[in-house]
Design a protein around this ligand. Structure first.
Ligand code: KPL
Length: 299
């Protein structure tokens, strides 16, 4: 029987995956802080100009039904609070899949809920929120899912591979998460600080030089932390993502433009913590970290 997924974090990625799972035959419920006594909500997904409306069941986080499969797609800084709001609905059989920016949160959740079965993922699907429960699916990407130390896919994974165009089980998910973190450490703060599209990092020579210097610094940290493969391919990987997402505004730039808190603590902040533990100096990343925090202070 298909698993029943509850989705915590009804932003762009949450709505995209909730509707994809629903279309593939899984019961998929959106968890909302306040469901206003509604039993369903319509989610609008815009693709190449066409809009599809999908009715999804909704449940208030404070309701009581047990949750067997929980997908968490909130902002990084909301993860622990959001999971705490549904903790009374979780048990030792619950599978939790964390698909958020940054790193460090799976470890935090494992400490908060030692008996919970926690998986991690990363995606390059391009989705943007236009309005509450209204998203644009701008580009198909790949989703990688795994659990540290688990080589075989989890039983529920088959549904995910059916639901998404490209979804793989990654036996070394930590490496994938680190590479994504490294890419975000370069693109997100630079675009937020310079108020530019991702593609400008390849078009403006002073920014392209800074991309190179940051990649060198992050490669040294990656090496020291044991992510040797990520270190070797980093600049190529970053340049590839800049080219593929040239017309995008990074999530951090969107947060800054919207006057919202950014995820810098979970992206560059996590990298700096690893650099500190490994005894590697990271002045360029430290400077970006401080500059993004200064922008937030001036909202
Ligand atoms: O993940 C992203 C983000 O904006 O958070 C990138 C890959 C930089 C695409 O914009």
């Amino acid at each position: 029987m298909a698993a029943h997924w509850h989705v915590l974090g009804a932003g762009a990625i949450g709505c995209l995956f909730a509707t994809a799972l629903h279309r593939s035959g899984c019961t998929t419920t959106l968890l909302l802080r306040d469901s206003a006594s509604k039993s369903t909500s319509s989610v609008l997904v815009q693709r190449s100009g066409a809009i599809t409306e999908i009715q999804l069941p909704v449940s208030a986080t404070g309701d009581n039904g047990p949750i067997t499969h929980l997908l968490v797609t909130t902002k990084a800084y909301d993860v622990r609070g959001a999971v705490a709001a549904v903790a009374h609905r979780l048990n030792s059989d619950t599978r939790l899949l964390l698909l958020v920016n940054g790193m460090g949160l799976a470890e935090a959740l494992r400490e908060d809920y030692p008996t919970l079965d926690i998986y991690c993922g990363t995606t390059t699907e391009g989705a943007y929120r236009i309005a509450p429960l209204h998203i644009r699916h701008a580009g198909t990407g790949q989703t990688r899912i795994g659990k540290p130390g688990q080589t075989e896919p989890a039983p529920w994974f088959r549904q995910w591979s059916r639901a998404l165009d490209s979804c793989v089980w990654d036996a070394n998910i930590e490496r994938a998460l680190w590479l994504k973190l490294a890419i975000n450490c370069v693109i997100n703060p630079l675009t937020a600080i310079h108020d530019c599209h991702n593609g400008d990092l390849a078009r403006r020579p002073e920014l392209t030089m800074e991309v190179g210097r940051l990649c060198d610094e992050i490669a040294a940290i990656s090496n020291a932390a044991g992510y040797v493969n990520a270190a070797a391919d980093l600049e190529q990987a970053v340049t590839g993502v800049i080219a593929d997402t040239a017309n995008n505004r990074s999530s951090m730039l969107q947060d800054v433009q919207g006057g919202r808190r950014t995820e810098i603590d979970y992206i560059t902040g996590y990298l700096l913590a690893v650099a500190g533990r490994c005894g590697i100096a990271a002045p360029r990343n430290k400077s970006l970290f401080e500059r993004v925090h200064n922008i937030e202070l001036n909202y």
